[in-house]
Write a protein that binds this ligand. Structure first.
Ligand SMILES: [Zn+2]
Length: 308
């Protein structure tokens, strides 16, 4: 009897042991399975919106990557040729002769060559409206034709400077003597209109002082007591094909060449022209001046700027 009882107890104990061990184990398995299920679909069930956002997200993320790769490869391709045309207008003109060395006030010098012309008054009117002055490198022959315009330039506060008497480069670039004679005549013409004592040492070489036809005259011109300035920006109103350029084209060219110098922290001398055919220069001038003001430049004439 006792033995039978003991057997029953043993069986019961074993049964308890079996049921006692199995359920926790089974539960643990179920729990871990649920965990997996919860992780995979729980967000879907409880935060359906998140899944909608998250699920498509990886797909486009993968898709753009191949699109980005060609973009990255294609970007440097146009970038490489673009600095060339940007520098191109600077290369033919002369290297800048003045710099914003101390990082202080930045100066811009508007210059108008080859006048006076029928556009001179319109240019002066704009300069007055904007409260700025410019430097006019006048041709002596034109100054003699329009002495009142020369006086008007000076009266506006702009500077009249010498751009030779004749601008006939085939003749004046034959020799240094011929050139000096012509710029001396140009100086006399300006003084005859504006009076002795007017600043008379500032001149500009036709086509710039580094032009191969005249660059050897530079020392002689300096020795004769002249200061000369080229330019490091321009609106392109006298470059090849200029007659086909709109006022917008000229503005864009000015902005492009100005930006090159501005990024280098340089003062800027801008070449433009005051001739009868440069109406588009007059048209773009107000916007050009506003753009330069926007860059923080102070407008000045070249009257007291030393040659470097
Ligand atoms: Zn000229």
């Amino acid at each position: 009897m006792m033995r039978t009882k003991a057997i029953w107890i043993l069986i019961l104990a074993m049964a308890l042991l079996l049921t006692g061990c199995t359920p926790p184990h089974a539960y643990a398995q179920a729990e871990s399975k649920r965990d997996v299920i919860v992780l995979e679909s729980g967000h879907g069930a409880e935060h359906g919106q998140e899944v909608v956002t998250l699920k498509p997200a990886p797909t486009p993320e993968i898709t753009p990557e191949p699109t980005l790769t060609p973009e990255v490869t294609s970007t440097p391709t146009p970038m490489t040729p673009s600095p060339a045309p940007e520098d191109a207008p600077i290369a033919p003109v002369n290297p800048p002769q003045i710099y914003d060395k101390d990082g202080g006030e930045k100066f811009v010098y508007l210059t108008f060559d080859d006048g006076p012309s029928k556009n001179t008054e319109a240019i002066l009117e704009i300069l007055t409206q904007k409260g700025v002055a410019a430097t006019f490198f006048v041709i002596g022959d034109n100054a003699e034709r329009y002495p009142d315009k020369v006086r008007a330039i000076a009266a506006q506060g702009s500077l009249v400077a010498n751009h030779t008497q004749t601008h006939k480069t085939d003749e004046i670039y034959k020799s240094e003597e011929a050139f000096l004679e012509d710029i001396n005549r140009g100086r006399e013409t300006i003084l005859s209109i504006l009076g002795e004592g007017y600043p008379d040492d500032l001149m500009r070489f036709p086509y710039g002082s580094t032009n191969r036809r005249c660059r050897e005259y530079r020392d002689g011109v300096k020795a004769a007591g002249y200061r000369f300035f080229d330019w490091n920006a321009l609106n392109g109103d006298a470059e090849s094909g200029a007659s086909k350029r709109s006022a917008q084209d000229l503005y864009d060219e000015l902005v492009k060449t100005v930006d090159v110098q501005a990024k280098k922290g340089r003062d800027i001398i801008i070449l433009m022209h005051d001739t009868n055919s440069k109406g588009n220069t007059v048209t773009m001038l107000p916007d050009a001046i506003d753009y330069l003001f926007g860059l923080g430049y102070t407008f000045a004439t070249l009257e007291n700027v030393p040659m470097v």
